[in-house]
Structures are given as structure tokens and as C-alpha cells.
Design a protein around this ligand. Sequence first.
Ligand code: FPP
Length: 257
Amino acid sequence: MPPAATPTATPGKVPRHLAVIMDGNGRWAQQRHRPRAIGHRAGARAVNLCIDFCLDKGIEALTLFAFSSENWGRPADEVGALMKLFMNALEREVDELHRRGVRIRFIGERGRFADAIRARMDEAEARTAGNGRLALNIAASYGGRQDIAAAARGLAEDVAAGRLQPGDIDEALFDSRTALAGLPAPDLFIRTGGDHRISNFLLWQLAYTELWFTETLWPALDAATLQRALDDFASRERRFGLTGAQVSGAQNGMTSA
Ligand code: FPP
């Protein structure tokens, strides 16, 4: 059996799990001579479009990079505007997402957010915990290295306490201690805004994910752009370290050597 972190979709299929870096809000606003906060507000509309698209396509999981561990270092007014936006979105959108069968989960250092936002995050998770149509993961104050370090720390604590032997630690166990435990790894990663970087997003989970980049700025996202990413994904051969012949043999039901 493949380790839990191995993506599972096959070519020609819709990804089960889509991960997105939503980049370009600031530039979108600057192009319109507006403050960056206006770009983030427009970015929130694109979040809704992306969720609608995933629901429409039957994608099972969507992980959005909303705020990195490093974003706390942005100017205080921009961080403040983003916090206000998160709070508004939590107040406004959760009912509708719940009605549509979306399960919401936040990954990242929740302790760094104000009490009121944390309480809303907890409520949104508890309220939607029973939903199964789309797993929506919002990475907030998230960093991939921090995710890996936290998993390693937890395992080390278990070893120190005698609950675990070092030899018990394998990829599946490690994966079960990471922020997206229980979900298949992303099949497709999309980054808008023209940069070709992972930027400390899901470092562990993206090992075999197909990467797709677009110049489109996040607030300008439309369904046609997302569909282009899906079409490209469907055309790719995913080999997971095997040969092309092995992969096509397996798809045709043949046993590969
Ligand atoms: C990156 O663009 C975007 C962010 C740091 C914030 C993402 C937030 C949203 C899309 C809005 C709301 C989200 C939710 C989940 C309600 P940037 O500011 O780095 O853009 P730039 O590269 O053009 O400066």
C-alpha cells in the first residue's frame, strides 16, 4: 500500500485534492491604484469562486494558503485588514458553506490569532465537522517547515515517554502527525500571480503533487483558468518514481515487474 502522503488520482481524472497559493492580491490592487486591502477583499470573492468550482467538479478537498507564518511581518495596517477580512468571512460565509456540505478546518498556529478569531475558527470547525462533500482547509499562520517540525516534536515526545520506538516511525506515521492528516496528499497545486515557488506551503504533502502556475492574479481568477489547470492535470502522466511502461501497464490492469 502506498504511504498515506502519496497522491491517489490517476491521469484523466479530476484531482481529489487541490492545493492553492492565492497570490497577486496586492498587485491587482496596485494596478487599479487602490490600497492592497482592496486586493485582499477582491481575493475573498475569488475564494468563493474557487470553492464553487470545487463543489461543481466533485473535488473532495481544497487547501488554501490564506496567511503564512511569515505574513505576520507585513505592515500592521495590512495585517489588520486581513484579520478583519478573515473575521468577516467567518461571520458571513460559514452558514452557507455548512448548508452546502463543506467541512472547514484551519491549519497553522491558531494561538497567534486574536481570541475572537480563534473562537470563530473553533465554532466553524465544530459546526461543519459532520460534512463530507468538500474538505476545505484554510492554512492560516501556516508554514510547511513548522508543520514538519511540529510532527517531529510530537513523535520525539512519544519516544521520550516510551510510548513509541524510533523504529516504529515510518512515512505513514509521520504523515498522521501533520496538519492534513487523514486526507490524501494534494494531487494538484495551483499558484496564481506568476511566481514559481512553493513558499513554505505544504512541503511534506507536495512530494508528488503536480504543479501548475499561472500569471493570472488571484482576484482575477475565473472558472476558465481553473478548468485549464484541471485539463493540464488530466493530460499528465503521474509516475511516482516508476517508469512510464509500469504506470500504463498498471492502468491497463497488467502486473508490472
Ligand atoms: C497573497 O497576495 C495573498 C495573501 C497574503 C492573502 C490571501 C487572502 C485572501 C485571498 C483573502 C481572504 C481569504 C479567505 C480564506 C477568506 P499578495 O498580497 O502577496 O499579493 P502580491 O504578491 O501581489 O503583493
